[in-house]
Design a protein around this ligand. Structure first.
Ligand code: NI
Length: 165
């Protein structure tokens, strides 16, 4: 496994629509393992292909209990209840915004072997699923944020350990 470089805002790779994964080979397994390692190293909740410069529909999410690998993921169910809260992104370092997302989503995705699974996510995990899947369509949370935190609010956050997706 190896750490990959995280692409940051300004790089056009973050605004592109990713292609589906069609080959479930060793190269994909290595990409997923590298993405999981990179996500952990950066203390992120999730990471998407374009964030490591790969325009393929691959996402990893750390639920706290396990690392999920989501290949060709789609949201197949969305709860009616919404959540409004703080969101950050490893590709937008040093910034946070307020974003409204569904409080519950179900994601259907393949694993590295091509087998299909469904994952339920609530609260932070639902937020991470929405945030990471949007990366695959070239969308950053800053485009859907109600507002970004002010420098004063960021300063207040500095001593708290906020998760970054
Ligand atoms: Ni992100």
């Amino acid at each position: 496994m190896a750490l990959r470089k995280i692409v940051t805002v300004g790089d056009p790779v973050l605004n592109k629509v990713c292609r589906p994964v069609t080959k479930f080979d060793d190269r994909l397994a290595m990409l997923i393992d590298d993405m999981i390692e990179t996500m952990h190293e950066a203390n992120g909740v999730g990471l998407a292909g374009p964030q490591v410069g790969v325009l393929r529909r691959v996402v990893v999410v750390d639920t706290g209990d396990e690392d999920l690998e989501l290949v060709n993921p789609e949201i197949v169910e969305t709860g009616k209840e919404m959540q409004t809260g703080l969101e950050g992104c490893l590709s937008v370092p040093g910034k946070y915004g307020i974003v409204t997302r569904p409080n519950y989503v179900v994601v259907r995705a393949q694993d590295r072997n091509g087998d299909w699974y469904e994952y339920e996510g609530e609260e932070l995990i639902a937020r991470a699923f929405c945030h990471e899947l949007a990366h695959l369509d070239g969308q950053l949370y800053t485009e859907v944020a109600e507002r970004m935190l002010t420098p004063e609010e960021l300063e207040q956050l500095e001593h708290g350990a906020e998760d970054t997706e």
